[in-house]
Design a binder for this molecule. Structure first.
Ligand code: IVH
Length: 673
């Protein structure tokens, strides 16, 4: 097949799968299969640069940096919205509409008011040619190169009925889970966190280097057709949204037609109740007159349409005073600073505690006791202090001293990771807080699932020194339990039965129950499937651990360290002696062979024409093991730009090092026989 024909075919395929993944949330290809198509496209375009088009999916990785954004004049102004907060104000608004349209039925459309960044997308002959910010409503900035990197934004539309030119409007936002993940990484690295998803989205779109935007997890919901040229014109807002969905745009599934105020109120109540589960920030709902003809006749005043109203929900951000900072000790000894706050109503509840995450965060925020702080409570996430209003700092406010000893057991605190993480060195043997938290984890639903053994009871058991480690649970006598507060004979007997029943478990549950750092449920399952037996896992080397899917160098090191520690060995032996058992898992022999069988490869730095995952898949398919750390046993290291200590190490061990071009050459050679 000619390059040009294959390129069109690849672009078509990638557009299709991209839409399934980003817009429909229903992929039909495994990530690796998608990556393979993408890699083929990149390779073919690299070989034929003259055939690269602006609507090619390859443009999503980000084009060359700009020196500044060009200004764009909107063909029709992007209006703002009038807002209200009470049902009465909403009723008044609808009455005003009715007064202007006497004797007409007014259909309404209700939708979430997404808290992101408004953008306008212009499509010409179905191709995205311009994306701009709202700016002042008249003129915005040309952010086309950045918007092209967002998977949910179609670069090209293929339906037969696309208007010759049209403008689609909507909100670009950062999903909450992605926002949390971004901040989690930033906190671990002591880097600056995003205050909220809206700032995250705005900051990402303001990057002059589209390559940076491409790395930010943004998506988009389209909320209106700005205008369309041609014979087809929608009769209503909701008809336009249906068309947009059909053409491949991402439209909120929560748009609802309403006939009257009661319908609207039900929509508002239901949306508010689901707010935490939506997965993105909303600051309210937008209620629009659905008929576009009625919209035209209602018109606008002072840059706000008469035909729409924003109903605002209680804010998820607030300011309050920091009364004190306390330090909590977790299951693995991590010491977390917790802010005690003057109670404040935020995100629908009264909040008096919030997390400060870690020691570096305290330093980064520069927070003092007595400060006025900004607080955020959104989604299902615990309330967080996101900033300090330094201008409101009272005289004589106190800085926050980081503890040197554990506030619970007095053991020394060890600072790890450049002071980001503080950890009590007591272990569960010495620290009651760690003991309580490990036991809570051990008994929890996804671990040993001991019914009736709740947090309060565990605390009482530890405080009465009845349980020092998990194995002690299995020796508890009903008589000693019955002496605990609020525990009768009957419930004591029931609990003993539930504990005894948990002896029959599964290997993944048992591994998870140990509470090893960063070994969650999914990792526990992978480990169990890979090793099949506990002994094999206990004896595994770091290298062997790294061969497990999803286990990187950090988790492998945590595991090896855990199993090497004599206290943990004793703890495990006690559990086995207490009669815990599970069926071993049959480990299917890994398909061996392939030209790279028995070789261990390491990928480091960035790869330009393919993702690291795609490279890994191709190496694994050839029989290689791909691991995260360099050792003397490493067969080969692939180093892209930005490679650091792993490359230095490889050089000091005199290992073969390939660059990306050499890797590609090798892969092609080996794959073709
Ligand atoms: S309609 C004239 N619909 O809210 C109609 N706006 O305060 C204006 N927004 O700049 C837009 N979700 O960024 C509309 N479903 C939605 C929206 C929405 C969020 C934002 C938009 C606009 C701002 C107006």
């Amino acid at each position: 097949m000619k390059a040009n024909a294959r390129l069109s075919q690849l672009r078509e395929l990638i557009h299709y799968h991209n839409h399934r993944y980003h817009v429909l949330d229903d992929p039909e290809l495994a990530d690796a299969e998608y990556d393979a198509l993408f890699d083929e496209l990149l390779a073919l375009e690299a070989a034929h640069p003259e055939l690269v088009t602006t609507d090619s999916p390859s443009q999503r990785v980000g084009s060359a940096p700009l020196s500044q954004f060009a200004t764009v004049r909107h063909e029709r102004p992007m209006l703002s919205l009038d807002k209200c907060t009470t049902p009465q104000e909403l009723a008044d608004w609808l009455q005003r509409c009715r007064n202007r349209l006497p004797d007409e039925a007014i259909g309404l459309a209700c939708e979430p008011k997404i808290d992101g960044v408004a953008v306008a997308l212009i499509y010409e002959q179905g191709v995205l040619t311009l994306a701009s910010t709202r700016g002042d409503g008249q003129t915005g900035e040309d952010i086309t190169a950045n918007v092209r990197t967002i998977g949910a934004v179609p670069l090209r539309l293929s339906a037969a009925d696309i208007p010759a030119r049209m403008e689609v409007r909507g909100e670009i936002y950062m999903p909450l889970a992605e926002f949390e993940r971004f901040n989690e990484t930033a906190r671990r690295n002591g880097a600056k966190t995003l205050v909220n998803p809206r700032n995250g989205a705005a900051g990402s779109l303001r990057q002059l280097d589209p390559g940076l935007t491409a790395q930010r997890p943004l998506t988009m919901y389209c909320y209106s057709l700005g205008w369309a040229e041609g014979d087809w014109q929608p009769a209503s807002h909701t008809e336009a949204l249906e068309k947009l969905t059909g053409w491949g745009f991402r439209v909120s599934p929560d748009v609802s037609r309403c006939k009257n105020l009661e319908d609207v109120q039900r929509f508002l109540d239901r949306l508010l109740a689901r707010r935490a589960q939506l997965g993105y920030d909303i600051d309210g709902a937008v209620i629009k007159v659905d008929s576009l003809d009625q919209q035209r006749r209602l018109g606008e005043v002072t840059r706000k349409p008469r035909w729409a109203m924003a109903f605002k929900y209680p804010p998820e951000e607030a300011t309050t005073r920091l009364l004190d900072v306390e330090f909590q000790v977790g299951r693995t000894g991590a010491v977390t600073p917790v802010a005690r706050l003057e109670p404040v109503f935020v995100g629908g509840v009264t909040v008096s505690n919030a997390t400060l995450h870690n020691m570096a965060e305290i330093a980064r925020l520069g927070v003092h006791v007595g400060d006025t702080v900004m607080l955020r409570r959104a989604g299902d996430v615990i309330p967080q202090v996101t900033g300090v209003i330094a201008s409101k700092r009272p005289a004589g406010s106190g800085t926050i001293d980081l503890p040197e000893v554990c506030p619970v057991c007095g053991s020394a605190i060890v600072y790890e990771n450049d002071g980001v993480v503080a950890r009590c060195s007591g272990g569960i043997q010495n620290c009651p807080a760690q003991r309580k938290e490990s036991l809570k984890h051990f008994a929890s639903r996804l671990a040993m699932d001991i019914e009736g053994l709740g947090d309060k009871l565990i605390e009482a058991l530890v405080e009465a020194s009845l349980v020092m480690e998990p194995a002690d649970l299995y020796g508890l006598a009903p008589e000693s339990l019955a002496e605990l507060p609020r525990m009768g004979e009957k419930s004591a007997a029931k609990l003993v039965t539930a504990i005894a029943r948990s002896r029959q478990t599964t290997l993944p549950r048992f591994i998870y129950a140990l509470g090893i750092r960063e070994v969650g449920e999914a990792t526990a399952i992978s480990l169990a499937n890979h090793f099949g037996r506990l002994d094999a896992l206990r004896e595994a080397s770091v290298e062997a651990l790294e061969e497990v899917p999803d286990v990187g160098p950090v988790v492998a090191a945590n595991l090896a360290e855990y199993f090497a520690h004599p206290d943990n060995c004793a703890l495990l032996d006690h559990l086995l002696a207490a009669g815990l058992e599970w069926p071993d898992i049959e480990v299917t022999a890994q398909a061996s062979g392939g030209p790279l069988a028995d070789q261990i490869w390491v990928l480091t730095g960035t790869l330009e024409t393919m993702t690291r995952d795609a490279a890994k898949q191709r190496l694994v398919a050839l029989g290689a093991k791909v691991v995260g750390s360099v050792s003397k046993k490493t067969s080969c290291v692939v180093a892209g730009p930005g490679a650091g200590s792993k490359l230095t190490k490889a050089q000091s061990f005199e290992l073969p090092v390939l660059d990306e071009a050499q890797l590609l050459e090798r892969l092609n050679e080996l794959e073709n026989g």
